[in-house]
Design a protein around this ligand. Structure first.
Ligand code: CP
Length: 303
């Protein structure tokens, strides 16, 4: 496809090709000379209408490692604050001869909307609580790197599934790669449509952790919460927080993941986040290679 809007649009073969390509790029960026000329003639705009640390920096690094020209746009310091629309904003950027747009936006479907109105390749870097495809790809890459295979593995996604774009993209990606997926959290944070996705639902954290090979601990998205429906953070961390005592009580050594940013002491304690079983910083490292793969493969689809 010309764009990467969601994991929904990819098939198993597409995902495997991205992971394989990312594996090659991981070798490249571990060499003393990290840069390749693959995207020398491509200009990319990273437009972020929502804050980001990992996604923004790793897209930019991926683009630079591929020798693309890069411009960065943060909505908060732009003319969006004067009332300029999304389409006008992007068309103005594109008129400066930009080939590809990487966009993060608070509204679900913003990337799809843009793809219908502008003539550039679009990569979704997170659209509201909808999809975050490159996060799911780097998570799958990291599981494969650690466990050798994604197929047949049991992955539980714990916490604020309702407000999470990481959850939906992960569910779709892991299922397409043949993993078994469970979600675990309080009823108030599990979306009603979950039953249409073919995942297991478990409200008891211990049962979920005893079942899984991998636990992906989601961040509580306070910025998207209607606070009155929410269990208090104290209640949440007592019932769904992962601490070292729980981790050590399990029969097998599970892998612990977190997309970041972490609310330390809420969904996960520091001694777990920083433990040998955590691959949180591997996920971030792999984000660069995976995003290189996505950009490289999309550039070959241009036109
Ligand atoms: N995981 C993730 O998307 O982090 P940022 O919001 O910092 O990009």
């Amino acid at each position: 496809s010309k764009h990467l809007l969601g994991i929904k649009d990819l098939n198993t073969q597409d995902i495997e090709l991205i992971l394989e390509t990312a594996n090659n790029f991981k070798d490249v960026i571990n060499r003393p000379i990290k840069k390749v000329p693959s995207l020398r003639d491509i200009t990319i705009a990273n437009i972020f209408f929502e804050n980001s640390t990992r996604t923004k920096l790793s897209f930019e690094l991926a683009q630079k490692r591929l020798s693309a020209d890069v411009v960065n746009f943060a909505a908060s310091s732009s003319s969006v604050s004067k009332g300029e629309t999304l389409i006008d904003t992007v068309n103005n950027i594109l008129s400066m001869k930009v080939d590809m747009v990487v966009m993060r936006h608070p509204y679900p479907g913003a990337g799809v909307f843009l793809s219908k109105h502008i003539n550039a390749q679009i990569v979704n870097a997170g659209d509201g609580a909808h999809e975050h495809p490159t996060q799911a790809l780097l998570d799958a890459f990291s599981i494969k790197e650690k466990l050798g295979e994604v197929a047949g593995k049991k992955v539980v996604i714990v916490g604020d599934v309702l407000h999470s774009r990481v959850a939906l993209s992960n569910i779709l990606c892991l299922q397409k790669l043949g993993a078994e997926v469970m979600v675990c959290g309080p009823t108030t944070l599990i979306p009603k449509y979950i039953h249409t996705l073919g995942v297991k639902v478990e409200h008891n954290l211990m049962k979920a952790l005893n079942w899984c090979d991998v636990a992906n601990m989601l961040r509580i998205q306070l910025e998207r919460q209607d606070i009155k429906y929410f269990p208090s953070l104290r209640e949440y961390s007592m019932m769904y927080g992962l601490n070292k005592q729980i981790l050590d009580s399990l029969d097998k050594k599970i892998i612990v993941m977190h997309p970041g940013p972490i609310n330390r002491g809420v969904e996960i304690t520091s001694d777990v986040a920083d433990s040998q079983q955590s691959i949180i910083l591997d996920q971030v490292e792999n984000g660069v290679a995976v995003r290189m793969a996505v950009l490289y493969l999309l550039a070959s689809q241009k036109g």
